[in-house]
Design a binder for this molecule. Structure first.
Ligand code: TYD
Length: 216
């Protein structure tokens, strides 16, 4: 990574981390745990999520998760929420030097609206450029699980939203799109097999995150 990229990815010394994976892969249970580890390491931490993270973003989340709409509308709304999130929360927090842990970010859009819904990647790339410029997470933990196993895990959980109600074929496309993202992600991805124990997963993340959250 050249110095310019490094500055773009770690503005103000902040550290932007995202968690990704298909519904049911179990990523969210590790978010608060990682936040606590980072605090123990002396960092100020913001935990947030997408769609959401701001008052307007959370209202948009309600719509995206529950209201029937065209796939293009869905794409525009997740980026509208993301723009608010970046302006109102993420960029200011990174500039203050915080660790920002985001439960889902733009890789979800590539996976769900790109892979799942089949929207053109060029649209997503254009919106990503307009909204984010060069800003990307410095680390992305991708929780990977076969779509049928994830469906079994979801069946045991609460009522399904618009995405969780999709069939296994949809989630197979989402999973494949995530794998493609990890392949072109320039080294920020760590793919985690969600069939491993919680303990094993946490040991891996704890070791992996050390160098990123240590302030020099
Ligand atoms: P999720 O983060 O899994 O929250 P919960 O655990 O409460 O269900 O759900 C958010 C849903 O939004 C998830 O199904 C994926 C979807 N989503 C998109 O389709 N595109 C996006 O860009 C983002 C951020 C999320």
């Amino acid at each position: 990574m050249n110095p310019e990229q490094a500055r773009a990815e770690r503005p103000g010394g902040g550290c932007f981390i995202s968690f990704e994976g298909i519904d049911g892969a179990g990523k969210s249970s590790h978010v608060d745990w990682l936040a606590e580890r980072c605090r123990q390491a002396g960092r100020e931490v913001i935990v947030t999520r997408e769609p959401g993270g701001t008052p307007l973003g959370e209202r948009l989340r309600e719509l995206v998760l529950n209201e029937p709409m065209a796939a293009q509308t869905e794409l525009l709304l997740v980026f509208a929420a993301r723009n608010e999130h970046l302006e109102g929360l993420i960029r200011p927090a990174l500039a203050r030097g915080c660790v920002v842990i985001c439960d889902r970010f733009t890789d979800s859009t590539y996976a769900y609206q790109g892979g799942g819904r089949g929207l053109p990647l060029a649209w997503i790339e254009a919106l990503e450029q307009a909204v984010q410029g060069g800003l990307q997470p410095v680390r992305t933990y991708l929780f990977d699980l076969p779509a049928d196993l994830a469906a079994q895990r979801r069946a045991a959980a609460r009522a399904a939203d618009r995405f969780e109600a999709e069939d296994v074929a949809f989630f197979e496309r989402v999973r494949a799109a995530y794998a493609r993202r990890a392949g072109v992600g320039g080294g920020r991805f760590r793919t985690i097999d969600s069939r491993q124990s919680i303990e094993t997963i946490r040991q891996f993340i704890q070791e992996d995150i050390k160098s990123l959250i240590t302030t020099s």
